[in-house]
Design a protein around this ligand. Structure first.
Ligand code: PLP
Length: 379
C-alpha cells in the first residue's frame, strides 16, 4: 500500500478484508487457540502473529515508511523489548538525557544490573553523542522533540554519524507522531512509539510499537515473544480504528498548537514559550527541515508563579498527565514527569518549577485561547 499518501494509508493500510460480507472494518479474531496441522508456526497472541496484530502492525509500519513492525501492550514494553533484544552484558549504549521518565527509570534501575553500561548525554548535538562512543557502544537512543522543552536533535546528522561508527540509531518518535516526522527517511534504524499517545489519541488505550527493517524486527521479535508484552485482539482493533483518523487529528493539533504558541508568546502574563514552530525556538530550523508539522506539544512559563491556581482556573483545558489526546490537557513537568529529579537536576536540564506543558487537542482554537486568557488574567 506504500504507493499511497499518509492520509490514505491511515484509512486503508492493513485492513483485513472480510470475504464473507465485504464489511468496511477488520473483523476481530478473539481466539488464543488456533489450529496447527497446516501451519509451520502456529498462531498465538504472544508470538505477535495473529491477524489483528498483523493488520495493525502493517498500518503502523506503512505510516513510518518501515518494512515491518511489532505492536506491544505499552510503549515501555516496546522500549524494553527493543533494548533487551540487542544489548548484552558488557555492551554500552548512549542515551540523550532528555528522555521520557519511564525510560530513564528503566535505564537507571535495570541496565547496570545486567552488566550493560550507558552514558547519558545532556545535549542534542551530534558531536557530543559521537564523543561518548566507546569500543563497546552498540546504539544511540534519542527523543526529538523532547519532553518538555521540545528540544530538537538533527536526525540525519545523528543517523549518519551512527552508521559511520557501525552503531544502531534508535528514536522514540512518540511526540512527533508518524504524521509529523518519519525518522527512517533520515536513516534512523529503529523507531519506537508509545501508541498510548497520538497513535490512539483518545486517552483510552495503552499500547506501543516498534518499526524497522524486516531483519531487525525479526531479531526484536525473538526477545519480545519471551518478554510477553503483546497486545490482545480487541485493543488491536480499537487502535486500528483510532489510526484511521490519525492524520486529520494530528493536522488539527498542529494548527491549534501553532496558534496557541503565538498567542502565548504575545501574552503579557507569559514569560517564555517553547514550541519548535516558533522562530524563537533554538531548534526551529532543524525542525523545519525534518518535520512535516511542528506537533501538538508546547511548554510555557507564566510570569505569575501560582501555577496550581492557574490550572484550577482553567475551565476547558484539563490538568492531567499523559498527552496526545483529542482533548487539551496541561501539566507541570516538575510535579509529574520530572518529579523524581531534584530541583537542581531539573534546573540543569532547563526545566523550571513554574513551567507548564500543554498537550493541544482538536477543540476550537478560539475556545482554547479564551480559556488560557481568562486563567492567566485572573491571577
Ligand atoms: C508515554 C511515553 C512512553 C511510555 O509509553 P507507555 O505506553 O506509557 O508505556 C514512552 N515515551 C514517550 C515519549 C512517552 O510519552
Amino acid at each position: 500500500m506504500t504507493q499511497y499518501n499518509k492520509q490514505t494509508l491511515c484509512v486503508h493500510s492493513g485492513t483485513i478484508i472480510d470475504p464473507q460480507d465485504q464489511g468496511a472494518n477488520s473483523p476481530i479474531f478473539t481466539s488464543t487457540s488456533f489450529g496447527y496441522l497446516d501451519k509451520e508456526t502456529p498462531m498465538y497472541p504472544r508470538y505477535f502473529n495473529t491477524k489483528n496484530q498483523q493488520a495493525l502492525a502493517e498500518k503502523i509500519s506503512d505510516l513510518e515508511n518501515g518494512e515491518s513492525a511489532l505492536v506491544f501492550s505499552s510503549g515501555m514494553a516496546a522500549i524494553t523489548s527493543t533494548l533487551y533484544s540487542f544489548l548484552s552484558q558488557g555492551d554500552h549504549i548512549i542515551f540523550q538525557s532528555a528522555l521520557y521518565g519511564g525510560t530513564l527509570n528503566f535505564i537507571l534501575k535495570d541496565l547496570n544490573r545486567f552488566g550493560i553500561e550507558y552514558t547519558l548525554v545532556n545535549s542534542t548535538y551530534t558531536e557530543d553523542f559521537e564523543q561518548a562512543i566507546r569500543e563497546n557502544t552498540r546504539a544511540i537512543y534519542i527523543e526529538t522533540p523532547s519532553n518538555p522543552l521540545l528540544k530538537i536533535t538533527n536526525l540525519e546528522e545523528l543517523a549518519r554519524m551512527a552508521k559511520s561508527n557501525n552503531i544502531f540509531s534508535i528514536i522514540d518518535n512518540t511526540f512527533a507522531s508518524p504524521v509529523n516526522q518519519n525518522p527512517i527517511d533520515w536513516w534512523m534504524d529503529i523507531v519506537i512509539h508509545s501508541a498510548t499517545k497520538y497513535l490512539n489519541g483518545h486517552s483510552d488505550v495503552t499500547a506501543g510499537a516498534v518499526i524497522s527493517t524486516r531483519h531487525e524486527i525479526e531479531r526484536i521479535w525473538e526477545t519480545a515473544r519471551n518478554l510477553g508484552g503483546s497486545l490482545n485482539a480487541q485493543i488491536c482493533y480499537l487502535l486500528e480504528r483510532s489510526l484511521k483518523t490519525l492524520h486529520i487529528r494530528v493536522k488539527a493539533q498542529n494548527e491549534n498548537a501553532i496558534q496557541l504558541a503565538h498567542f502565548l508568546e504575545a501574552h503579557n502574563k507569559v514569560q517564555k514559550v517553547w514550541y519548535p514552530g516558533l522562530k524563537s525556538h533554538i531548534g526551529h530550523e532543524t525542525a523545519k527541515k525534518q518535520m512535516n508539522g511542528f506537533g501538538g506539544m508546547l511548554s510555557f512559563e507564566p510570569k505569575n508563579k501560582s501555577i496550581i491556581e492557574l490550572q484550577r482556573k482553567l475551565k476547558l483545558i484539563r490538568p492531567a498527565v499523559s498527552l496526545g489526546g483529542i482533548d487539551s490537557t496541561i501539566c507541570s513537568p516538575a510535579m509529574t514527569s520530572h518529579k523524581g529529579l531534584t530541583q537542581e537536576e531539573r534546573e540543569k536540564q532547563g526545566i523550571s518549577d513554574t513551567m507548564l506543558r500543554l498537550s493541544v487537542g482538536i477543540e476550537d482554537p478560539d475556545d482554547l485561547m479564551q480559556d488560557l486568557d481568562q486563567a492567566l488574567e485572573s491571577l
